[in-house]
Design a protein around this ligand. Structure first.
Ligand SMILES: Nc1ncnc2c1ncn2[C@@H]1O[C@H](COP(=O)(O)OP(=O)(O)O)[C@@H](O)[C@H]1O
Ligand SMILES: Cc1ncc(COP(=O)(O)O)c(N)n1
Length: 501
């Protein structure tokens, strides 16, 4: 679904709560790209309107043309117009451009009671209405549109709204914000149908710009493909939440604004997610110390130059075989938890690859049957227990699985440079420097960093922690063969039962 381009044609509010300033926030908060053509410059704040300046309508026409000559407009919201001349200019533009969605908020009087439309422009406004699909009058505006006294009850307001809907053949959203009492209902009327949207009145001073914000939300949501009733339901739910959080803004001394982004801030935060590429660099840097210490281990150095004793190497391979058996099970669990078929297939293939490649490698080194008689060492057990604990969430599990790809690929590539035909551990060195393993390692890095980029900040931190712990376990695993201090196994609880081959 593309992002709808929504144009507000309205007056300004330098204190940011109503008019065009509110419209742009509302359009953004509801998922659209907001644009704005200014009809009137209004010197106002939360306490009231001081003065209104209407720029020449020729300039208004230029603003409108500048937008529509360049940008495809998916929806238009019309707010304060100010004068009959302004209305005529907008009518001419609408008749030329014919935007698919037009919502008209017939702004006449501000919440503060100040007039925002010349009294002699009311007839011109009636001419404009039939160009809209939806009009959103409050109770005083409904009275002016029907040329009747203001409704004294919600039932009377609905009758007036129905008359407007029939007279102008469009939908009317009657708004109950100005009712006395505990309720603030709205109702959508048109084509002989009435859909009510009941709501409790929120006790608050922050109602400046509610009408502007609601009509912009409606235009945006309709342009997103919602039908009108759904657009009203969603817009009102969003508006209610934004009214509730208005007081926390502490803006002005009169009728304060609503908090257009309060819900988004609470649910999504304001942190910009790092890109997968940045995470790749950052995580690799985070384990730079562990990597350097791993490189400096006697086992790794001796493996590289071929001076490692055969006994140490076979001990390592036996531990590695035990490790890989359960690592493959953790990979299979990642496949089970994967959110997409591509990731599911990748982890399943890696599980199979880990079992197959390792069995081949180990069988070529170790006399048949001997390796599985070995007890898992403390370092093997602790690493596997860590993977097991990570298995509670897909994102943390894949982060924990990554060092076994990435570190082995990195060390393997570097050690392989010291390989030669007589090197005693040549086939081992070549397995981990294999281009296929490099490709798998790249894919794993891609999946994990994309998952981390899409995660929220705390989940990302848990992922990094699991990744770092695994890197530490890798270091311990490489240290174990020459230290052999930890030859006695710890208690294992993971991935049971293990069968003997
Ligand atoms: N105190 C309130 N509590 C809950 N909803 C409100 C409150 N005040 C206004 N609304 C809602 O805000 C929207 C704008 O209403 P209203 O105040 O009638 O129009 P306007 O802002 O154009 O004067 C409507 O959906 C209305 O129900
Ligand atoms: C420029 C401008 N347009 C409209 C309103 C009405 O605001 P509300 O949404 O509170 O009725 C306003 N105060 N200023």
């Amino acid at each position: 679904m593309s992002i709808p381009r929504v144009l507000s044609i309205a007056g300004t509010d330098p204190s940011g709560g109503a008019g065009i300033q509110a419209d742009l926030k509302s359009i953004a908060a509801n998922g659209g790209y907001g644009m704005a053509v200014v009809t009137a410059l209004v010197a106002q704040n939360t306490k009231g309107v001081r003065s209104v300046h209407l720029p020449p309508v020729t300039f208004l026409a230029e603003q409108l043309a500048a937008v529509s000559d360049d940008v495809e407009i998916d929806a238009v919201k019309i707010g304060m117009l100010g004068s009959a001349q302004v209305i005529d200019t907008v009518i001419q533009w609408l008749d030329r451009v014919r935007p698919a969605i037009v919502v008209l908020d017939p702004v006449m009087v501000a919440t503060s009671g100040d007039r925002l439309l010349d009294p002699d422009a009311e007839q011109a406004l009636r001419d404009l209405i039939s160009r809209a699909q939806l009009v959103t009058p409050n109770l005083p505006e409904l009275a002016i549109l029907t040329e009747e006294p203001p409704a004294q009850s919600w039932a009377e307001a609905l009758r007036q709204a129905e008359r407007v809907a029939n007279r102008f053949s469009l939908l009317v959203l009657a708004k109950g914000g100005h009712l006395e009492g505990e309720l603030a209902p709205d109702a959508l009327l048109g084509g002989g149908r009435v859909l009510e949207f009941p709501a409790r009145r929120i006790i608050t001073n922050n109602t400046h710009g509610t009408g502007c914000s609601l009509s912009s939300a409606l235009a945006t949501r309709r342009a997103l493909g919602e039908d009108w009733p759904l657009a009203v339901e969603h817009s009102k739910r969003w508006l209610t939440e934004s009214i509730q959080h208005g007081a926390a803004l502490d803006v002005g001394q009169g009728h304060g604004p609503i908090s257009h982004f309060a819900g988004l801030w609470a649910r999504g935060g304001t942190e910009t997610s790092p890109s997968p590429e940045q995470l790749r660099e950052d995580w690799w840097q985070q384990i730079a110390g562990i990597r350097a210490e791993t490189d400096a281990l006697a086992f790794v150095r001796q493996l590289g130059d071929g001076s490692l004793s055969r006994e140490d190497f076979l001990w390592y391979l036996a531990q590695d075989a035990l490790y890989l058996r359960d690592y493959a099970r953790a990979l299979a669990l990642a496949s089970q938890l994967a959110p997409s078929p591509e990731e599911q297939a990748f982890w399943a293939a890696s599980a199979a690859g880990a079992i197959e490649a390792e069995l081949v490698l180990h069988q070529s080194w170790i006399p048949a049957g001997t390796m599985f008689q070995t007890e898992a060492s403390r370092s093997t057990t602790e690493y596997l227990n860590h993977l097991h604990a990570a298995g509670e969430s897909y994102s943390v599990l894949v982060a924990a699985l990554l060092p076994c790809f990435w570190l082995y690929q990195d060390i393997g590539t570097r050690l392989q440079q010291g390989s030669h035909p007589e090197h005693p551990y040549r086939s081992w060195l070549e397995t981990y420097a294999d281009p296929e393993f490099a490709e798998a390692s790249e894919q794993a890095i891609g999946i994990v960093t994309r998952t981390a980029a899409a995660a929220n900040a705390s989940e990302r931190l848990r992922m990094l922690g699991a990744f770092q712990r695994s890197a530490e376990h890798e270091r311990a695993f490489f240290a174990a063969p020459t230290l052999r201090k930890d030859a006695a196994g710890g208690k294992r609880f993971c991935f049971e039962p293990r069968q003997k081959l």
